[in-house]
Design a binder for this molecule. Structure first.
Ligand SMILES: NC(=O)C1=CN([C@@H]2O[C@H](COP(=O)(O)OP(=O)(O)OC[C@H]3O[C@@H](n4cnc5c(N)ncnc54)[C@H](OP(=O)(O)O)[C@@H]3O)[C@@H](O)[C@H]2O)C=CC1
Ligand SMILES: O=C(O)/C=C\C(=O)CC(=O)O
Length: 355
């Protein structure tokens, strides 16, 4: 066993079908009295339900969350929170809504209670993202880590099957890269393997029946574990490629993760054999990269960048951007490996199986 450092994160998790009913109790436990409820415009009804449950503990609703947290939206939400005298934020929705809560917390220190309805995993991380003048910046700050997370599988019932699959693979990506992270540890390895395994059995079951509550619970459980891994250890090549493709070419977040993951994992296979063993074991497949590709393809998810809006003529620029400021990776991918990364992107663009 290698030496390691493990830092536990100060969070409370309430898990279970119908767990939303504990919301008032959880707001009390935070010592808060006036919650600003956050959602996207489309999930306003969910936000209203939350505000109704809170009754006098609700300060108001801000329903303008959008993906990648534009700085203008963050400023607007911060101002609304200030004017309403909110002393906490309740974010109900996917990573976009949690991200808006984080932007408020970054500025004001307001505690966040997150109620995730996708599998993106942001609720378990101190990572935030903000987009200003078309550029997305990410950072880490303990203030943005949600203090309480309510996982209620009933609330993900309405998440469309296609999004459930891609969002679940977004979560798997956190765990897969955590398995070869520079700063990983045995606890994260356990969580990563269990998280991948839970999602790998949940996603096909959700595809068969979107109302299968056991599968919905398994998927949220997996998202929790995989998100925790992302919150504890560093990201590598896969996340760098997705941040490049999402940030500079505006590709949809969960879909881009789904397409790139098998190729990024294949790139790292020889440099991270133990991680490959855990990934393939968790997937129940002979090969990690092939198993990830099959998980997407067999469940109707996109496997080609060209099918999610990437233009062939932008691949060169994407490769240049990705290698210009690389994250740590078990197999280096700086400017000297530019042609290898370009070849990886070509395969991902065409949608052929990983090399
Ligand atoms: N900081 C971190 O640690 C992490 C951050 N992220 C960030 O989070 C964002 C992506 O998160 P993701 O969850 O994929 O994206 P969104 O929050 O944008 O949600 C994705 C889609 O799911 C739909 N949706 C969510 N909940 C429901 C529901 N209950 N019923 C029906 N549809 C629903 C949304 O619909 P609608 O738009 O109609 O509401 C939206 O179309 C990105 O900005 C990414 O960078 C992701 C992972 C980790
Ligand atoms: O790529 C991911 O899923 C993980 C992290 C982010 O998205 C960072 C962020 O923009 O909040």
């Amino acid at each position: 066993m290698q030496d390691f450092v493990y830092t536990s994160q100060p969070q409370r998790v309430v898990f279970g079908a119908g767990a939303l009913k504990h919301l008032g109790r959880e707001i009390d436990a935070l010592g808060a009295k006036r919650a600003l409820v956050l959602s996207t415009p489309e999930q306003r009804k969910q936000a209203e339900r939350v505000a109704d449950l809170l009754g006098a503990q609700a300060a108001g609703i801000f329903d303008r969350a959008v993906m990648h947290v534009p700085i203008e939206t963050a400023r607007e939400a911060r101002e609304v929170a200030r004017q309403l005298g909110a002393d906490c934020a309740v974010a109900i929705g996917g990573g976009s809504t949690t991200g808006l809560g984080k932007a408020i917390a970054l500025d004001s220190g307001l505690p966040i209670l997150a109620i995730p309805t996708t599998y993106a995993g942001s609720e378990m991380t101190p990572i935030y993202g903000l987009t200003e003048a078309g550029l997305k910046k990410t950072g880490k700050d303990p203030r943005v880590l949600p203090r309480t997370v309510i996982y209620d599988p009933e609330l993900s019932r309405t998440l469309p099957v296609g999004l459930s699959v891609t969002s679940g693979i977004n979560a798997i990506a956190h765990a897969a890269e955590g398995l070869y992270a520079q700063d990983s540890n045995p606890v994260m390895d356990l969580m990563a393997q269990e998280g991948i395994s839970a999602l790998a059995r949940a996603l096909p079951a959700i595809r068969r029946d979107a109302q299968d509550m056991e599968a919905r619970a398994d998927a949220l459980y997996g998202a929790w574990l995989c998100g925790s891994v992302l919150g504890n250890v560093g990201m590598a090549l896969h996340h760098k490629l997705c941040h490049t493709l999402g940030g500079s070419f505006n590709l949809p977040h969960a879909e881009v993760h789904t397409v790139v993951l098998p190729h990024a994992i294949a790139f790292n296979a020889q440099a991270a054999p133990k991680a490959m063993t855990r990934i393939s074991r968790a997937l129940g497949s002979a090969s990690g990269p092939q198993g990830l590709y099959a998980l997407a393809k067999d469940n109707g998810a996109p496997v080609a960048l060209r099918d999610i809006g990437m233009r062939a003529e932008d691949l060169d620029r994407a490769a240049d951007i990705a290698v210009s400021n690389p994250y740590w990776n078990p197999r280096p991918f700086g400017p000297a490996q530019r042609d290898l990364i370009r070849a990886l992107l070509q395969r991902a663009w065409e949608g052929v199986p990983p090399a």
